[in-house]
Write a new protein. Structure first.
Length: 560
């Protein structure tokens, strides 16, 4: 981001107090200008969107855009100010001179072992700095990582959250570096950043994204249902990247866990980076993550780079591990997020923070075949996405350790639940179900096992079309539409996750109907459905992953 190009026709000459000297670059979200005022040069990003003239949207945009202002350390380009010019929002941040990681990958291909290790530590350090202060990046990708002599620096911090808080529809983004929960609209949190960390490190090691380069829809399908290509990763980071790229956010480590584990492995790091990482891990987590953030102060100089991958000192040849890739836990056969989920935002006092450094679990040293620790590999231990797990495990289950809970705890900020909902990178799906009533050889009710037959004609309520709003176990709401369509086959289609499934009657009589739901394709969660005629013109719809599992959603449906 060091070359300055002339302004183009239509570009503003000034934004706020800053005179714009030229263009530094342009991406899908906006144009970045080099700006000058009283202090050193800054980066001014004018976004390609409008806030609609809503004063409330402007206030929320500014609050989120400046959430990372005044952060400590050198691994994050801190925002300095933000405003709206003629309904067009812009953010002023520290100017970090140097090429992006994306430019380095295009110019030189894959990085060697030492480069990948330094990138892994530096980016994890930036994320740990953000997460410790209660901020999630949510748009980490190679073009948002600037290479400097002292290590990588994260840019565009807070922009994704600021736009969402301002009521701007979610940006489809680049699926290669988006977590499954972003693509399915299931909610976001700090674990979303860890997924992106894993994808970025894998791209730096191989020269291409871990889920390939193709049409956006094809890449998105691989992200949600296939395993990544990781065979060129150095052994020193492989196990951490595997866990970070888990489809289930409850299996991903925290940024501090990644950082602490990498430091334990004795990597050859620049002294300044090593010292900064150790200081962050030793620092206590503030009770209120925002109380310790000082007012923004412009930096006194501009960080520079030599403009090559070698700007991160290399020490050693390209490391291509000879052992076969370690086993990757298979994705669940259905949607790991138990249906569409939009988490509500807690009050500020409820923001969960990462566990102190001393409480972080030690991850295994790299080996030829490394699987995630058992405590992070129990699918039944995870509740709905970003929901706080129970303090004690269910009978016969496996508890999630506190640091693992911190990795995936709800990370929504803000003084109101309304703002938190706006801040989601999510798409609310409409569930369209086409059901048919048919007996089959599946599970039978006790009455059926004793020889009693299920009534051929259930309640007249189980016909036609029904609509309503479903609510899951965490209080998230989404629309649902149910259509009964004669006897025989049953099909279920969800508007998110490209889910296609099969519903089959398993029992029930009179005013109740029991059905099984099995995934055919896409991101679905198999489970059981119970529908009950309320007798007052309403139909109760209940989905459960397993009876008593706690993972459920239900709706009171009405005829349209």
């Amino acid at each position: 981001m060091s070359d300055v190009l002339p302004l183009q026709p239509g570009d503003p000459g000034r934004l706020g107090d800053h005179v714009l000297e030229g263009r530094l670059g342009e991406g899908r979200r906006g144009v970045v200008f080099r700006g000058v005022a009283d202090g050193p040069p800054v980066a001014v990003k004018l976004l390609h969107t409008r806030l609609g003239g809503d004063p409330g949207a402007r206030a929320e945009f500014l609050r989120e855009a400046l959430a990372a202002r005044g952060l400590p350390g050198t691994r994050v380009a801190r925002p300095l100010s933000a405003d709206v010019a003629g309904d067009w929002p812009y953010v002023v941040s520290e100017l970090v001179a140097g090429p992006s990681l994306q430019q380095m990958i295009v110019a030189t291909g894959r990085g060697d072992r030492a480069t990948v290790e330094r990138l892994a530590v530096g980016i994890a350090l930036g994320l740990a700095t953000l997460h410790k202060a209660g901020v999630a990046h949510l748009d980490l990708r190679p073009s948002n990582v600037i290479i400097t002599p002292d290590g990588p620096v994260l840019t565009d911090v807070g922009v994704a959250r600021a736009l969402a808080a301002g009521g701007v529809p979610a940006d489809p983004g680049i699926p290669s570096f988006q977590a499954p929960e972003q693509l399915t609209g299931a909610g976001v949190g700090p674990g979303t950043d860890l997924w992106a960390w894993g994808a970025v490190i894998a791209a730096a090691a191989s020269g291409k994204p871990p889920f390939g380069e193709d049409r956006a829809d094809a890449v998105a399908a691989r992200v949600t249902s296939s395993e990544p290509e990781l065979h060129k990763l150095p052994d020193s980071v492989r196990d951490l990247v595997i866990m970070a790229l888990s489809k289930d956010p409850f299996r991903r480590p925290t940024a501090e866990t990644v950082l602490q584990t990498l430091l334990r492995r004795g990597l050859d790091l620049p002294a300044a980076q090593q010292a900064e990482a150790e200081a962050l891990l030793a620092a206590p987590v503030p009770a209120d993550p925002w109380s310790s953030l000082p007012p923004a102060q412009p930096s006194t100089d501009v960080r520079t780079s030599t403009g090559s991958f070698a700007a991160i000192p290399a020490a050693g040849p390209i490391g291509v591990p000879t052992p076969p890739p370690p086993p990757i836990p298979p994705a669940d056969s259905g949607d790991p997020f138990a249906g569409p989920y939009l988490p509500p935002a807690p009050e500020r006092s409820d923001w969960p923070m990462a566990a102190p450094a001393g409480a972080l679990p030690a991850l295994p040293e790299p080996a030829a075949a490394i699987a995630p620790p058992p405590s992070l590999a129990q699918p039944q231990a995870a509740t709905a996405l970003w929901e706080r797990p129970p303090a004690s495990p269910p009978a016969g289950g496996t508890s999630i350790p506190a640091p693992a809970r911190a990795a995936v705890a709800l990370f929504e900020r803000g003084p109101s639940k309304k703002v938190g909902a706006l801040a989601l990178v999510a798409v609310v799906g409409i569930v369209v179900l086409t059901l048919a009533l048919a007996s089959n050889g599946g599970d039978k009710t006790p009455a059926a096992q004793d020889g009693a037959s299920t009534p051929a004609t259930p309640s007249a309520a189980f016909s036609g079309t029904w609509e309503g709003m479903a609510t899951n176990q965490s209080g998230a709401r989404f629309s649902i539409r149910v259509t009964f369509n004669g006897e025989g086959r049953a099909t279920a289609k969800l508007g998110v996750g490209s889910c296609v499934g099969k519903l089959t009657k398993t029992g029930g009589e009179g005013g109740a109907l029991n059905m099984s739901f099995k995934r055919t394709s896409g991101q679905c969660t198999p489970g059981t459905v119970t529908m009950t005629d309320k007798g007052d013109g309403g139909l109760q719809y209940l989905w459960e992953m397993k009876p008593g599992s706690g993972r459920r959603y239900e709706a009171l449906l009405k005829r349209p």
